[in-house]
Design a protein around this ligand. Structure first.
Ligand code: EPZ
Length: 420
């Protein structure tokens, strides 16, 4: 398994380009199952999750090619079942359930199971599909869905901590081919949902209210092929902004959407980071001291849970106590123990982490556990003087395109080693 070797303690300087959004492109790739015509998706990041989704689509009978960020995919004919082994291995593949059911009247997808950040239930996905008339059974770890005809309906999709992003995507995609009108109350408002809606509308779907808690989808008989450019990855942008701030550097991020990151940029400003937004570029100037901040993760437009670990790494540099409360997932502080190996003092009190910043840090060997926790360890390694080795960086390859190359482009001393 590969590792990153980081010689930290230097400010990041320079400019990089933000890649297309992982969390936008995965449901968009699933949406291509809704038509037998070819689709072309541009600015697709070169990530292991993207290639995995491509393999899943191919296992369902679709053709899939990836050439320099452009995906061409066509699900001319669909097999009844995909390669379970593949589907079981990637949680995000749950979003093929809705389109498969809508296109072929039946779908079998492995229960995603939990992961290190939480149990990851799909009860709201199933509630929504049942509301559209699907018969759902769960057998031997798989969800089997069947529906002779899907009928539009009104469904409340809010869960115990608010909306579900991929649950909204699943119901939205199924509803595009339903008979009649579907209303989703408490729909997720994330930019990735709005991007998916734009792609579906380009395919001929009728959707109003995407990006708002109430979405109305009027079913159509069939959808046609379409072309689409994926939105920039707001979490990748947040990650590099935190890295720039944590190393006291001066970095410009190009091809990003500042309007997708209002909560994160607001917190960075509160922490004393100077930001200059100009069109689709953002300059981070972090010469001064970093102030401690408090934050609770929330559904969009609140502070994103996917940028929580990265902020914790930044707060290691802040003077005083900061409090980060994780309201979306039940165990998303795996990075705290690993950060402690670098000298961090972080106390976990229920859903909150209390970070005592400003302590001396030094490089160490640490273990990545999930995608965003790994990013936090890289940020901390860039900040700490000395050598930090981040192991199991396959987690990073799932969601960050060429991270070591981009960091070297900012003057970081980081190299990837082939692991044992
Ligand atoms: C998406 O996951 C993202 N993944 C996650 O990003 C992100 O953290 C999450 O949304 C929240 O923003 C992709 O888009 C591929 P949810 P998703 O359903 O849709 C509960 C990353 O690092 N819930 O919005 O699976 C659930 O337990 C990843 O890029 C139910 O209770 O998340 C959680 O507490 C990690 N029942 C909350 O809702 C359900 O049926 C939000 O989950 C579904 C979810």
């Amino acid at each position: 398994m590969d590792s990153f070797i980081i010689q930290g303690g230097r400010p990041l300087e320079g400019e990089i380009e933000i890649s297309g959004s992982k969390n936008a492109v995965l449901p968009i790739l699933a949406a291509t199952l809704l038509t037998k015509e070819p689709c072309v998706i541009r600015r697709v990041p070169n990530l292991s999750d993207v290639h995995f989704m491509g393999k899943i689509l191919q296992s369902l009978g679709a053709s899939f090619t990836y050439e320099q960020g452009v995906v061409t995919v066509q699900a001319r004919r669909l097999k009844a079942r995909g390669d379970y082994d593949l589907i079981r291995k990637m949680r995000g593949s749950i979003c093929i359930l809705g389109p498969l059911l809508a296109r072929s009247g039946k779908a079998s997808v492995s229960m995603p199971g939990g992961c290190v950040i939480g149990t990851r239930p799909i009860d709201l996905h199933l509630k929504g599909l049942r509301a559209l008339g699907a018969a759902i059974t769960i057998k031997e770890g798989y969800v089997h869905a069947k529906a002779d005809a899907l009928l539009g309906s009104e469904v409340f999709l809010g869960g115990r901590v608010g909306p579900t992003v991929l649950g909204t995507a699943n119901i939205m995609m199924a509803a595009t081919l339903c008979e009649g009108v579907t209303v989703i109350e408490s729909a997720a408002c994330e930019p990735e949902i709005t991007d998916l809606a734009q792609f579906l509308v380009a395919m001929g779907a009728k959707i109003q209210g995407a990006g708002s808690p109430r979405m109305v989808i009027t079913g159509v008989k069939q959808l046609h092929g379409a072309e689409h450019e994926v939105i920039p990855d707001r979490i990748e942008a947040a990650t590099y902004a935190m890295a720039a701030a944590a190393t006291g550097g001066e970095v410009t991020l190009h091809h990003m959407r500042c309007d997708h990151l209002a909560a994160v940029l607001d917190k960075l400003k509160e922490a004393g980071v100077r930001l200059e937004a100009r069109g689709s570029s953002l300059k981070i100037l972090a010469g001064g001291t970093i102030k401690a901040v408090d934050v609770s993760t929330q559904p969009y437009t609140g502070y994103p849970t996917d940028a929580q670990a990265q902020l914790m790494a930044l707060m290691l540099k802040a003077e005083g106590l900061s409090i980060i409360t994780e309201r979306i997932f039940e165990s998303r502080f795996m990075h705290a123990n690993e950060l402690a190996r670098l000298g961090a003092d972080i106390a976990i009190e229920g859903p909150s982490a209390i970070i005592r910043g400003g302590l001396p840090l030094s490089g160490a060997e640490v273990m990545a556990s999930d995608l965003r926790a790994s990013a936090a360890l890289v940020i901390a390694g860039l900040m700490c003087p000395g050598r930090t080795q981040v192991n199991r960086i396959y987690h990073l390859d799932r969601g960050y395109e060429s991270m070591d190359k981009k960091l070297r482009g900012l003057g970081a001393r980081v190299k990837r080693t082939q692991g044992r």
